[in-house]
Design a protein around this ligand. Structure first.
Ligand code: ATP
Length: 234
């Protein structure tokens, strides 16, 4: 479904990605793990069209994404839940969800998707007219995910959904990610919480200073000595 090949990205003269290659098949949860600054966010932003690639290719379904504008990429069915949630703090919950559907014109489909988001996140339904900036951290994360689902994506890129959340909420968010996947949405998940990410993913890639250094089945990687030492606290 998504095939990234030999992606090179620079910020000025600094090379952030070195020939990064990986793929995501339809129906999978694939995770990219790695330390701070390894380049995980850069990979997602390059796929979403927010950061330009110097070379390499990104293919999604039958489309070449390189040099497509971000809103075109969303229209193709690929949407990102950004890091740090980035909800619109001064808009209500309802208005935030409406923003997620801004590229769509199918009123009936949009209405159905509202219902699905409310079923998945009953707490958002209770808070429809609340300003998003006054939601708790966990609720903001739910809103960010709900807003992304309003574009009816085939593939969702998630950037550190567990960031800043208490352990109980982290498990709740990861359960939601599993449910969204089970309902038919493919997921590329970037996480520093390698243990949680590997526990729900089918496959994983480990990034180190802009390079893919390990890849494989998530369970095998979670059991590997090298990954345990470097990313799972021994
Ligand atoms: P984190 O988990 O801390 O978010 P990450 O793995 O997502 O890290 P990136 O944010 O992709 O890593 O950063 C990769 C490298 O690129 C880092 O060295 C970072 O300092 C650098 N970088 C990221 N964004 C920019 C930018 N806009 N300008 C210059 N350098 C940048």
């Amino acid at each position: 479904m998504l095939k990234v090949e030999k992606l090179d990205v620079y910020y000025g003269n600094i090379r952030a990605l070195h020939e990064v290659s990986f793929e995501v098949n339809e129906g999978e949860i694939v995770t990219l793990i790695g330390a701070n600054g390894a380049g995980k966010t850069t990979v997602l932003h390059t796929i979403s069209g927010l950061v330009p690639a110097r070379s390499g290719s990104v293919r999604f379904l039958d489309y070449d994404l390189i040099r497509l504008a971000p809103h075109k990429i969303v229209q193709l069915g690929l949407a990102q839940v950004p890091e740090g949630r980035r909800i619109f703090a001064n808009l209500t919950v309802k208005e935030n969800l409406e923003m997620g559907a801004y590229t769509r014109k199918d009123a009936k489909g949009i209405k159905d998707d509202y219902e699905q988001v409310f079923t998945r996140f009953p707490r958002l339904k209770e808070r429809l007219n609340q300003m998003a900036g006054t939601l708790s951290g966990g609720e903001q994360q739910m809103l960010a995910i709900g807003r992304t689902l309003m574009s009816r994506p085939k593939l969702v890129l998630m950037d550190e959904p567990s960031m800043g959340l208490a352990p109980l909420l982290v498990s709740e968010i990861f359960d939601i990610i599993k449910e969204i996947n089970a309902a038919g949405t493919t997921i590329l998940l970037v996480e520093q919480n390698a243990q949680m990410a590997l526990s729900i993913a089918n496959r994983a890639y480990v990034l180190e200073t802009g390079r893919v250094v390990l890849q494989g089945d998530a369970k095998t990687l979670a059991d590997s000595e090298e990954v345990r030492k470097a990313y799972l606290g021994g």
